[in-house]
Design a protein around this ligand. Structure first.
Ligand SMILES: *Cc1c(COP(=O)(O)O)cnc(C)c1O
Length: 421
């Protein structure tokens, strides 16, 4: 389908049409919102056949398509969205959810069981961190943390020391780490997982790809099993929808979708439709945001009131050799997320945040408008103080998600806000 007379269209060329058949919807050029809970079967035999496939009672026949049954199981807005999202990651399939958190928690619940060990990176998104540390232990699932920036060899050493290496069931990572942009080698983690897998127990690798996906980092191509998203961020891109997604092989996504059917945490048709609309401009938005971020980082790094800038484009090939190596191999762009330390502390950082006129003071990221926030007291307020210090998250840090505005206006805003200090 992705192939027209031996020409393979790129994902951005397919975002307007892939997977949608206008002839099934009165010729409408855009996929309508299928605001319906259930679907009419043409015959009892057809209903029976659809259920056999949906419940895995038999495999699909050649050319047979999964029929529409009920919107908790499938809906055209979700299926088309899943087909289009799969293209960016080169995935077999994708499952969309009502939030990033529901995508993440569904994968953890499906692939972990009592007694298992989950190896995870730190820092993690606050919601993921809480679920792993406060909910999973109630199911008897243990966790072990390593720090973003640690090498694969150091991670292996940590595992050896824990005495629980044989219990390892999944490696869960977030790279680049929020808000410092510390990097983890996905390929290294995939090799480690392979090494520790046995014929009857596979160790899975899950990557939260919200920060750099689906454009600039492709975890599945580096050996990971899951590429997870808060689609609320770059994929949605307009700060008007909460959603999530998980991409992977046919085998793992079938399991994810089965649990989703029973948890009932799929996205609704209206969310699916909004995301289909967002995907049409995904690449132009993200490229503009990244291009703006280059200018913004350049401005900040030379500013006398800025102590340090955390931005992948500023990694030094010599001073940050290992991080630089991962950056060059794993990413096709420095992205559009950065953080900076204001000279001073919380008081000075707050002055900057309060003085901004164009950039909005809000958490979340990846949207068309530039957003700034204070990790120490906002997104990372729940992280223990000692640990935060270790991660370089202090009162003087401001996190910036660069939007699509004219970069000169963003810089003007930052300049006048820094002048307020
Ligand atoms: C926002 C976010 C999440 C959670 O996604 P929701 O859509 O808010 O549920 C998970 N991971 C990262 C990295 C995020 O930024």
């Amino acid at each position: 389908m992705n192939n027209s007379q031996n020409h393979t269209f790129r994902p951005e060329s397919l975002m307007m049409s892939y997977g949608y058949k206008p002839e099934l919807s009165e010729g409408a050029i855009k996929c309508p919102i299928f605001q319906t809970s259930t679907f009419v079967f043409r015959s009892a035999e057809e209903g029976k056949a659809f259920f056999e496939v949906a419940y895995g009672l038999r495999d699909k026949n050649v050319g047979e398509e999964m029929g529409l049954i009920y919107s908790r199981i499938n809906n055209p807005d979700l299926e088309i969205l899943e087909n289009r999202l799969s293209l960016w990651d080169g995935a077999d399939d994708c499952a969309v959810f009502e939030s990033g958190m529901s995508a993440i928690t569904t994968v953890l619940l499906e692939f972990l069981k009592p007694g298992d060990l989950l190896l995870c990176s730190s820092p993690l998104y606050g919601g993921s961190d809480h679920f792993i540390k406060h909910f999973l232990p109630k199911l008897g699932i243990h966790y072990l943390e390593f720090q973003a920036g640690q090498s694969t060899a150091q991670i292996m050493e940590l595992l050896e020391k824990s005495g629980m290496k044989d219990k390892l069931a999944m490696i869960y990572i977030e790279t680049p780490a929020n808000p410092t942009n510390a990097l983890i080698d996905i390929e290294g983690c995939s090799q480690l997982a392979k090494q520790l897998s046995t014929p009857d127990k596979r160790v899975y690798v899950a990557v939260d790809n919200t920060y750099m996906g689906p454009l600039w980092q492709h975890p599945l191509q580096l050996g990971a099993d899951f590429s997870l998203y808060s689609a609320t961020k770059y994929i949605g891109g307009h700060s008007d929808v909460i959603a999530g997604a998980c991409c992977g092989s046919k085998e793992v996504i079938t399991r994810v979708k089965t649990l989703r059917t029973f948890l009932g945490n799929m996205a609704g048709p209206w969310t699916g439709w909004l995301l289909l609309r967002s995907l049409e401009t995904l690449k132009v938005r993200m490229e503009q945001q990244a291009a703006n971020a280059v200018h913004v980082a350049d401005f900040l790094k030379n500013h006398p009131k800025v102590e340090k800038v955390y931005y992948l484009g500023l990694l030094d090939a010599v001073a940050d050799a290992e991080q630089y190596r991962i950056y060059k191999k794993q990413y096709s762009s420095p992205g559009a997320m950065l953080a900076f330390d204001v000279v001073g502390g919380e008081k000075e950082a707050f002055k900057v945040l309060n003085a901004m006129k164009l950039i909005k003071l809000a958490v979340s990221l990846g949207s068309t408008e530039s957003l700034a926030e204070h990790p120490d007291t906002m997104t990372h307020a729940g992280v223990a103080c000692e640990h935060k210090k270790h991660l370089n998250i202090t009162g003087k840090m401001v996190r910036l998600s660069v939007g699509v505005e004219n970069y000169q206006d963003i810089i003007w805003d930052l300049e006048q806000a820094l002048a307020a200090v």
